[in-house]
Design a protein around this ligand. Structure first.
Ligand code: BG6
Length: 507
């Protein structure tokens, strides 16, 4: 299937290639929903005000909710935190199609609107469809577009692309089925699967740190690294998404996607180039090297837990089972910790510990590499009492930056060494504004750069890694532990590392 030329990619020089989207119609399915109002419209508005969207960009919303053009226009205008003339022009001309996704009439009405807008604008009939509906509707919408002839590019020089939100399936079988139904109508090159973690500047900086410097890569392996830790901690609970979360749980919601994506960037080999396929080839190879836990081993390698009522930042918060939309006897996990192993030359024997949870004491995401201790310390016992191992911590959010932990002499007559930290902070080093992950990803999709999107084989491999864990959860082979909101998870999580002589938090 033809597609318009792909634009310069991830590391293209912004001086020589200012990033501005080609003119296109952005069609949002699920236009009356929460994701559209919270993320997609604000990101489009910010791009428009930054002159990153072509002024000829057109906006169409599709949803079952009975709104009209005016209502959608006002929602689009209000969603923008950066409203100005550029966004006013785009949102003011927005159109809205009410309809059921299973009804062919919806797609014929959409066709009429697209043709009208494109005829008025002239130029290439580029289309970007954004699936922001509930996941059950992804294949229904794709089929509706396909049946109406809307999945094919609408001209020789035009593109038609499909942006798909997570979750990509509930397990390997449903992800494969979803892909098959998308591929019935769309070519893989047209499909842009979003994992918003890949749009975060600091996640991309894992690539810069590793491959733009000569001093880190030589120690980035089993000879120097004792173990790796990845933490995605949230202090929020499930908010108003209890109903959805009941069907997801932390393993599907965070581990299968965000954690494994960050892990793939941490473990991968240097790509041969920065083009989208080269980076994704290496990520998928890294995911393939993860040892898929044997079913009988899951219970000793994985901890699952659910939060009970507790205190966060001085506020009393309810337990998960008391949240709106959550069953009073729910067995859904809100916390997962697991130990992974990697079967390749670089990482053999290096344990990888990952954890994620809701209602933890604070919100932070980080990747930490703890290095082996020095082979011999020429100091006397007490002189090195306060010396921990070296560690490199990539702080992804919220206080984004990098910390290196190393030993230094404590000033004074005696000779004592203590661990100190050397900190790099994004905020202090750069004046440039950090774009929201959705801005970055929407612009990439409009420009045809797939580098930061998830390829079908990555999705597939990520599900393979979590499949035995899912099965063990379903069979009740991993008991559901409890933790009070405002704590770092259950004691079992500490024991997972403690059993190997390690602890969460490096240094
Ligand atoms: C989403 C999950 O993908 O990521 C949410 O569905 C979670 O449950 C969110 O809260 C976390 O994203 P961020 O960018 O706040 O770390």
């Amino acid at each position: 299937m033809s597609d318009a030329p792909v634009q310069p990619n991830l590391l293209a020089d912004p001086e020589s290639t200012p990033r501005r989207s080609p003119p296109a119609t952005v069609v949002i399915f699920g236009a009356s929903g929460d994701l559209t109002a919270r993320k997609i419209l604000p990101a489009l508005a910010a791009l428009a005000e930054r002159q990153s969207l072509d002024p000829g960009t057109r906006l169409v919303g599709v949803a079952r909710t009975e709104w009209d053009d005016d209502k959608f226009r006002s929602v689009a205008a209000e969603a923008a935190s950066a409203s100005g003339p550029s966004w006013e022009r785009i949102s003011g001309g927005a159109r809205y199609v009410t309809g059921d996704y299973g009804d062919a009439g919806t797609f014929s009405r959409l066709t009429a609107v697209l043709e009208e807008l494109e005829a008025a604008a002239g130029g290439p009939r580029n289309r970007l469809y954004y699936l922001a509906t509930i996941p059950e509707m992804f294949s229904v919408v794709a089929a509706g577009l396909g049946a109406q002839g809307l999945a094919k590019p609408a001209g020789r020089d035009a593109f038609t692309r499909l942006v798909v939100e997570k979750p990509f399936g509930r397990d390997l079988a449903s992800a494969t089925a979803l892909d098959e139904s998308l591929h019935t109508h769309f070519d893989e090159r047209q499909i842009f699967r979003i994992d918003h973690y890949m749009g975060k500047e600091t996640v991309q900086n894992v690539l810069a740190l590793r491959f733009a410097n000569s001093i880190f890569e030589p120690v980035w392996n089993r000879q120097y690294v004792d173990h790796v830790q990845i933490t995605v901690a949230e202090s929020l609970g499930v908010e108003h998404r209890g109903g959805f979360y009941e069907t997801a749980g932390a393993l599907r919601d965070i581990v299968q996607n965000h954690v494994l994506q960050v892990l793939a960037l941490t473990l991968m080999e240097p790509p041969v180039s920065v083009d989208g396929e080269a980076i994704r080839d290496e990520k998928v190879k890294a995911l393939r090297a993860l040892v898929i836990p044997a079913p009988h081993a899951v219970a000793s390698e994985v901890v699952r837990a659910q939060y009970e009522a507790g205190w966060i930042a001085g506020n009393q918060v309810p337990g998960y089972r008391e949240e709106e939309g959550v069953a009073a006897d729910s067995e859904t996990e809100t916390f997962v910790a697991m130990r992974l192993a990697v079967d390749n030359w670089r990482w053999a024997g290096v344990p990888i510990f990952v954890r994620t949870g809701k209602r933890l004491p604070s919100r932070f995401t980080e990747v930490a590499l703890q290095f082996h201790r020095a082979p011999h310390l020429p100091f006397q016992g007490s002189q090195a009492r306060e010396l921990g191992p070296n560690a490199l911590v990539l702080r992804i959010q919220p206080d984004d930056g990098i910390t290196l932990l190393f030993g230094a002499k404590v000033p004074g007559g005696a000779f004592h060494v203590r661990t100190v930290s050397m900190d790099f902070s994004y905020g202090a080093a750069f004046l440039e504004e950090t774009p929201d992950a959705y801005e970055r990803l929407l612009l990439d999709a409009l420009m045809g750069d797939p580098t930061l999107f998830i390829r079908t084989d990555e999705v597939d491999q990520a599900w393979r890694v979590v499949a035995p864990v899912q099965a063990a959860f379903q069979d009740g082979a991993v008991p559901l532990a409890r933790y009070a909101a405002g704590t770092w998870g259950p004691p079992e999580s500490d024991r997972l590392l403690g059993a190997t002589g390690r602890r969460w938090g490096v240094g």
